[in-house]
Design a protein around this ligand. Structure first.
Ligand SMILES: O=C(O)CCC(=O)C(=O)O
Length: 256
């Protein structure tokens, strides 16, 4: 990814047709455009969250073959929506799909939903295994906390402005990041924060809180120190970029 790639993507975004106006969540979309992230409290009720936690436990027990072997901090099943009507309710939420399509300026689908249960384990690096970006250009995700998330049990953390193309280049210099470096050392993040500590945002919140986020920003789940965190994450992609290799890469649980 070079400066020219960012410029041509920004030019494409400017030319892309204006998405139809949203019946729900126009202000959320505007906030993601502005800040890269938006927090929506009480998106799901406490009862629905409790049912979904039980569903995650069930899917993990019933489909051990699809418990992801690469994740160390959390117990993950990609495609849990294919084995649970309740989780699929989140995957197919039409209000969120409309926001995702508007943000991508392209027809967008939920390729799959990740169900994750993160217990406390010694020396864990947190959900997502430490600081990283998922992509260098826009990547929209919706994360739903299903349990109360405090400073101790793995809140989502985000470096503000790190999704902005100009900031990507400045941050590369400050933290001595390599070309197309997706994963960052703690020391590199410390260099960025030494200059501007306020860039670190940590999202503690009640169960049922929704996080809409552009994960081309630098982010992680904070390492968990106590308790357990349950969450669902919708992975949205433009329809024309979804193919079989994506399902294989994530080892997605297929629909029965
Ligand atoms: O769930 C979280 O808090 C972050 C997860 C993450 O960064 C990832 O899966 O890429």
């Amino acid at each position: 990814m070079t400066h020219a790639d960012y410029k041509s993507f920004q030019a494409w975004l400017r030319r892309a047709p204006t998405p139809p106006s949203l019946a729900y969540g126009a202000e959320y979309l505007a906030e993601v455009e502005r800040n890269g992230i938006c927090i929506v409290p009480d998106f799901w009720s406490a009862e629905k969250c409790a049912d979904a936690r039980a569903e995650i436990d069930r899917v993990i027990t019933e489909y051990p073959r699809y418990v992801n072997g690469n994740a160390k901090a959390d117990v993950r099943v990609y495609g849990a929506n294919n084995a649970s009507a309740l989780i699929d309710d989140f995957a197919q939420d039409a209000r969120l799909l409309a926001i995702a399509s508007a943000y991508n300026h392209k027809a967008t689908e939920t390729a799959f939903t990740l169900a994750a249960r993160m217990p406390t384990t010694p020396g864990n690096s947190g959900s997502g295994e430490g600081w990283h970006r998922d992509a260098f250009l826009r990547q929209f995700k919706a994360i739903l906390y299903l349990s109360e998330v405090s400073m101790e049990n793995g809140p989502f953390q985000f470096l503000s402005d790190s999704q902005r193309s100009k900031r990507v280049l400045v941050d590369m210099k400050t933290a001595d990041l390599k070309y197309m470096q997706y994963r960052m050392e703690e020391t590199q993040i410390a260099r960025l924060l030494a200059q501007e500590p306020a860039r670190l945002k940590t999202f503690t919140a009640r169960a049922g809180t929704l996080i809409l986020v552009d994960t081309s920003a630098i982010h992680r789940g904070k390492p968990i120190q106590a308790g357990t965190r349950y969450a669902l994450t919708n992975y949205y992609f433009p329809t024309d970029s979804i193919d079989q290799s994506m399902y294989e890469k994530f080892d997605v649980l297929p629909r029965a």
